[in-house]
Design a protein around this ligand. Structure first.
Ligand SMILES: *[C@@H]1O[C@H](CO)[C@@H](O)[C@H](O)[C@H]1NC(C)=O
Ligand SMILES: *[C@@H]1O[C@H](CO)[C@@H](O)[C@H](O)[C@H]1NC(C)=O
Ligand SMILES: *[C@@H]1O[C@H](CO)[C@@H](O)[C@H](O)[C@H]1NC(C)=O
Ligand SMILES: *[C@@H]1O[C@H](CO)[C@@H](O)[C@H](O)[C@H]1NC(C)=O
Ligand SMILES: *[C@@H]1O[C@H](CO)[C@@H](O)[C@H](O)[C@H]1NC(C)=O
Ligand SMILES: *[C@@H]1O[C@H](CO)[C@@H](O)[C@H](O)[C@H]1NC(C)=O
Ligand SMILES: *[C@@H]1O[C@H](CO)[C@@H](O)[C@H](O)[C@H]1NC(C)=O
Ligand SMILES: *[C@@H]1O[C@H](CO)[C@@H](O)[C@H](O)[C@H]1NC(C)=O
Ligand SMILES: *[C@@H]1O[C@H](CO)[C@@H](O)[C@H](O)[C@H]1NC(C)=O
Length: 450
């Protein structure tokens, strides 16, 4: 082992350790949406002889993370021996053991009930206002009017006044997998409700709030998307990193992916279990269900143009209300965007380099399952700021990309398409210390940013 190999080994080790310490410290903190949370508000509307009637509302206060089908599941532990007599606008997944009851049988007797939303089109007598969305919550920026959902429950064997009632414990929120951690329920000032004409205000008898926050680390998901790059000035298409989301292994695990051109393709697709939520992806070198491609398309005197294509490789999923978050320094001079909605996420005040993009309702807000229609596209026109603009050193490519709130795997920076003859690329080991330095900087500024 010569000295430079040894140095590289040490640096690699350092990077590795750094990366993992960094990951564990980013828990429940998202630098692009530091206040993002899901708040559950529990309003007691009426005391009953043996308990109360409450309306529970789930608010998604996250800028770009949403809950898609099959939707949320909310759970908690009752503090005493409470039961749910009845529910409207939601239901407990299991009734549990109600054998201690005679005559009237409760809706749910479990100590740890798990509640799911009802589906759209539920009969009117089982609905309440703002219910029955199949557990889907939009993100706050995409559509605040569909970012919350309510259900009503009638609780028995419970306290019957604000002195004797006990708040439930151990709230859990699945969306539908893990990722959210909920705090304890806090009694807050009772909610107020304005009447339709705004001339009268009523209020809840008692209210408590629970806040749940998301952590990609807790969700422990393998990456679900990757980024590929190309440009007009270089023929090279930089594909997603190999095995970015998993490795192709149809021999050891037959059926882990589907060959798009196999003669058995059609029958394989027909055999898919459309009710399971595990992705069944097309066989690719990256095995990601989603690929985001960024193509630097044109260079004008004062402007430049880029094209974004999001491709779905998942045969099992139509992504409704999908969104992208992209960081690039030129977003502060975005001049025009075609076919997508745009909003600026400005986490650092005057630094305006992060954009949220999403589909236009009824046009391309549904990213169809893998196949000929499984993609959405847009073009962006940026105004050049001549003091910073360059095609050199991969500047024209995005720094970070998220799909539906999950970080997409980027190709390594040294593989980006280079300007012809602009690259003075030596195999200098100096590159590695620079990467380590950048990784350290990234950790310090984002990971420990709280
Ligand atoms: C949850 O989000 C709301 C809206 O952004 C914010 O007002 C509130 O402070 C957040 N709660 C916590 C505990 O972070
Ligand atoms: C309980 O209700 C009484 C009035 O009925 C009120 O004075 C008191 O502040 C309430 N306590 C809480 C914790 O809401
Ligand atoms: C809540 O969770 C904690 C830790 O998981 C457990 O020790 C406790 O018993 C739970 N409380 C109830 C009421 O289930
Ligand atoms: C409780 O949650 C509701 C709805 O999100 C919010 O309006 C209210 O400010 C919260 N109360 C506190 C004290 O956080
Ligand atoms: C996706 O949507 C299309 C058209 O709405 C539908 O035909 C197809 O069955 C859906 N696929 C899945 C996996 O839900
Ligand atoms: C960020 O940049 C966009 C596009 O140029 C602009 O429309 C928006 O007003 C900017 N936002 C802020 C806070 O500067
Ligand atoms: C780009 O945007 C920044 C911040 O909004 C502004 O200061 C700068 O003048 C803009 N540059 C051009 C070329 O418009
Ligand atoms: C295009 O970029 C690649 C790096 O991805 C580089 O190896 C290649 O030499 C470049 N092509 C030209 C013509 O400069
Ligand atoms: C790159 O440089 C070489 C010699 O330095 C020259 O022959 C070649 O034409 C250049 N290529 C381009 C695309 O400019």
């Amino acid at each position: 082992m010569d000295i430079s190999k040894f140095t590289r080994f040490i640096i690699f080790l350092a990077l590795f350790v750094f990366f993992f310490s960094c990951l564990s410290s980013t828990e429940a903190y998202d630098p692009l949406d530091p206040n993002g949370n899901i708040t559950i508000k529990w309003d007691i509307m009426q005391w009953t002889p043996d308990g109360y009637v409450a309306v529970v509302t789930i608010y998604n206060f996250q800028k770009y993370r949403h809950i898609q089908a099959p939707g949320w599941t909310l759970g908690w532990s009752w503090a005493k021996k409470e039961v749910i007599w009845s529910m409207v606008g939601g239901q407990a997944t299991e009734q549990g053991d109600c054998s201690r009851f005679k005559g009237n049988i409760p809706h749910c007797c479990k100590k740890n009930p798990a509640i799911v939303d009802l589906l759209p089109g539920t009969p009117y007598n089982m609905q309440i206002a703002n219910c029955c969305k199949g557990g889907v919550l939009n993100s706050l920026i995409q559509d605040p009017s569909t970012a919350s959902s309510s259900f009503q429950l009638s609780v028995g064997a419970a306290g019957t006044s604000n002195k004797t009632v006990r708040v439930p414990k151990n709230f859990t929120l699945k969306a539908p997998g893990p990722g959210y951690t909920c705090g304890i329920a806090k009694v807050v000032r009772p909610s107020k409700f304005a009447s339709q004409d705004g001339r009268r205000t009523t209020q809840a008898l008692m209210t408590w709030n629970v806040t749940c926050t998301y952590s990609q680390f807790l969700a422990q998901k393998t990456p679900s998307c990757c980024v590929s790059l190309s440009s007009f000035y270089n023929d090279t298409i930089v594909n997603c990193p190999t095995c970015a989301c998993g490795c192709q292994n149809n021999i050891a695990q037959p059926g882990s992916c589907v060959e798009g051109d196999s003669p058995y393709f059609a029958s394989a697709i027909n055999r898919l279990d459309k009710t399971s939520s595990a992705p069944i992806v097309q066989c690719t070198s990256h095995m990601c269900p989603i690929r985001v491609h960024w193509h630097v398309k044109l260079n004008y005197k004062e402007y430049w143009r880029t094209k974004i294509t999001v491709t779905n490789f998942n045969y099992q999923m139509n992504y409704s209300q999908w969104n992208l978050v992209i960081q690039h320094p030129n977003f502060d001079n975005l001049t025009q965007i075609f076919s997508f909605n745009y909003n600026s996420l400005t986490p650092y005040g005057n630094i305006n380099d992060t954009a949220m993009l999403w589909g236009i309702k009824y046009y391309n807000d549904l990213l169809i399952e893998a196949g000929p229609y499984g993609n959405v596209q847009s073009e962006l026109l940026f105004k050049k700021d001549l003091s910073t603009f360059t095609f050199d050193k991969g500047w024209a490519f995005p720094r970070r990309v998220y799909f539906n709130g999950d970080n997409c795997v980027m190709p390594p920076p040294d593989s980006y398409p280079w300007l012809p003859n602009a690259s003075i690329r030596t195999k200098s080991p100096m590159l590695l210390p620079i990467i380590v330095f950048l990784a350290a900087f990234w950790c310090l500024s984002f990971g420990y940013g709280r």
